[in-house]
Design a protein around this ligand. Structure first.
Ligand code: V47
Ligand code: SF4
Length: 387
């Protein structure tokens, strides 16, 4: 149990944040208006102070990471023309379109042999030729070859797509996938739930309420999931809080979410970036930190807030450890989705580098499994605050 947390009020300069700090420290739930105030404040350090206190009350100085490997088996996607923020998808006959054969999946997964990988993170496009059999064969084959590796796979959008092309219920698809080896689901496809924003950036994608329904069914089956929000494009702060409110409500109902991961929009090589005149300009550091900190404070019923260093850079992820974040996206082997959209970060990070980042923030690194159980803690370095 972490020690009682003290919040240093002298670090909060925005008067509006004082009342919010009191409510957070009393364990009270923030209202949507308070959530909006958190996004609007220019007192970034005040916001960070409150989020850091809320995070330390749950996790002390421990920061976790998981050793995972991303596998993106197909970039063929029927929504290629309407998800205007996506740089990854291709039409079946378009240049650069691919769909892995099972042998290609096994070959890519082979990197896990001898490495510390404990999780495969598998997501791709809505491909008419990647139905239930494609994924059940994949998961069975992966479990046979790497029985120790957890399979976190398929967003709610992909699950609904499989259900549609197989003419099955979401529940039956999930049951079949679980039998084949699916352990948990990632949080992608959520984007922004507000219908207006969705109509602009992802017109034909599963509606926000349908995304929530798929996760509700998964939670009901005991399948834990993550959730995300794609920020930094056309959404307002009210849209963000509406989105977080829907996540908070489902978590209240099921308790099935493991972690929240805000995803910073990357504008390169996609229609939306061109339309907004934003190519080459990522989200700002202040907005990245605000999204993480507000996630920590508004989602009071979530244990884990994860920063995705591939999207916001390792340097910002390190700073975020003082803005409410308790978990870093792990040692990712070969990431495609954000690199196609202009991310200039590396595609993988070594264990030593992760430890250096976490220790350099004055925190204690710990490797976790996919359910957030700590496997080993790296608390043997007395110089951790000095890096
Ligand atoms: O749903 C697509 C996003 C998501 C872009 O659950 C983009 O542990 C930024 O959800 N700029 C998929 N983002 C990835 C995802 C995820 C990532 C890491 C960890 C977890 C987890 C989940 O990627 C999509 C979409 O929101 N995305 N294109 C882009 N141009
Ligand atoms: Fe397809 Fe997902 Fe890209 Fe949309 S975001 S086009 S569903 S791969």
């Amino acid at each position: 149990m972490p020690p009682a947390v003290v919040l240093d009020r002298s670090r909060i300069s925005d008067p509006a944040l004082h009342a919010i700090a009191d409510r957070v420290m009393a364990g009270e739930r923030l209202t949507p208006a308070e959530g909006v105030a958190l996004f609007r404040t220019s007192d970034l350090l005040g916001l960070g102070t409150i989020a850091d206190a809320a995070n330390r009350a749950k996790h002390g100085d421990r920061v976790t990471f998981a050793a995972n490997q991303h596998i993106n088996p197909t970039n063929v996607c029927i929504l290629r023309a309407t998800c205007v923020f996506c740089s990854y998808a291709r039409l079946p006959k378009e240049d650069g379109a691919y769909r892995y054969t099972m042998d290609q999946v096994w070959a890519e997964a082979e990197q896990a042999a001898g490495a510390m990988t404990r999780e495969f993170h598998i997501v791709g496009g809505l491909d008419m030729k990647a139905g239930l059999a494609y994924y059940t064969e994949m998961f069975r084959g992966l479990k046979a070859r790497h029985p120790q590796v957890h399979i976190k796979a398929l967003t709610a959008v992909e699950i609904a797509h499989i259900a549609r092309i197989e003419k099955m219920s979401v529940r039956d698809v999930l049951v079949a996938l679980r039998e084949a080896g699916l352990d948990t689901m990632p949080g992608g496809g959520a984007e922004v739930f507000s219908p207006g924003v969705r109509a602009t950036i992802a017109d034909r994608k599963l509606a926000g309420s349908e995304w929530i329904d798929v996760h509700r069914v998964a939670h009901g089956l005991g399948i834990r999931t993550n959730c995300t929000m794609l920020y930094g494009h056309v959404e307002t702060v009210e849209d963000r809080i509406h989105h977080l409110g829907m996540l908070r409500d489902l978590q209240n109902e099921t308790g099935g979410f493991l972690a929240y991961i805000p995803l910073a929009y990357h504008p390169d090589n996609n229609e939306l970036g061109a339309e907004l005149g934003r190519q080459g300009t990522a989200t700002t550091g202040v907005d990245d930190l605000k999204n993480l900190a507000v996630g920590r404070l508004f989602l009071d019923n979530f244990d884990h807030v994860k920063s995705h260093w591939i999207m916001v850079t390792p340097a910002l992820s390190q700073l975020s450890l003082h803005f409410g974040v308790n978990d870093l996206e792990g040692t990712v082997v070969r990431e495609k989705i954000y690199h196609e959209a202009g991310a200039h970060t590396a595609q993988a990070m070594s264990l030593d580098e992760l430890l250096r980042i976490i220790r350099g923030a004055g925190k204690i690194p710990a490797e976790r499994d996919s359910f957030y159980n700590v496997i080993r803690t790296f608390d043997d370095d007395p110089t951790r605050a000095a890096a």
